[in-house]
Write a protein that binds this ligand. Sequence first.
Ligand code: ZN
Length: 241
Amino acid sequence: MRYAILADIHANLEALDVVLADAEAQKCTHYACLGDIVGYNANPKECLEIVRKLNMPCVKGNHDEYCCSEADLEGFNPHAREAINWTRNHLTADDRQWLKELKYIRLVANFSLVHATMDAPQRWGYVFDKLAAASSFTYQNTNVCFFGHTHVPTAFIRDVALVRGGSYSKFKVESGRKYFVNIGSVGQPRDNNPKCAYGIYDLDEGTIELRRLDYDIPKTQAKIRANGLPERLAERLAHGK
Ligand code: ZN
């Protein structure tokens, strides 16, 4: 089994198409999604349809949660509020219901999926450092768990009590260790690299590989502008942040 692991698609159809074509060329047999299918970019409905059609296991992201509820957006900055309201209006009641029913944590094959953290998945904390990773490891029952939310590809490894972390391109999963792995973002990379990102977990080889790919950024930007979404959302794609 070879899993393509996708996180933070964020309604970026051009990036999603490139990722899926690569996953097929790389002979992936299965898919899994770490949430935040919608939000920020201009194709929420199209991206959601693809994820649903491929029937991939998926967990709920914070944007999925905001966009499927009627909750007040009082505490949000105006750009985020604008983008969430726009997305709400571009999803059907059935789409919103599907998002609403997503779980925070899922077990797939022998690994776990979570959008933010294992210790408090519904609080949307960010795992950027070893301390936050250590808290999450406490609640991780599988050797491997994939997470999203930060949009920064990082692998944390717990060996007995010691937690290490850093960037990676490909590594072997060893028994007796735990791995908490972010495979970057399909739709809005934030590690100063504008290429879209996803991961391949090969369960037979026991390897996790990060894939980075070019996609048509100007096209995604043009759609953001044409739909009157905040300019900053278009700009940031070119810089990968
Ligand atoms: Zn996100």
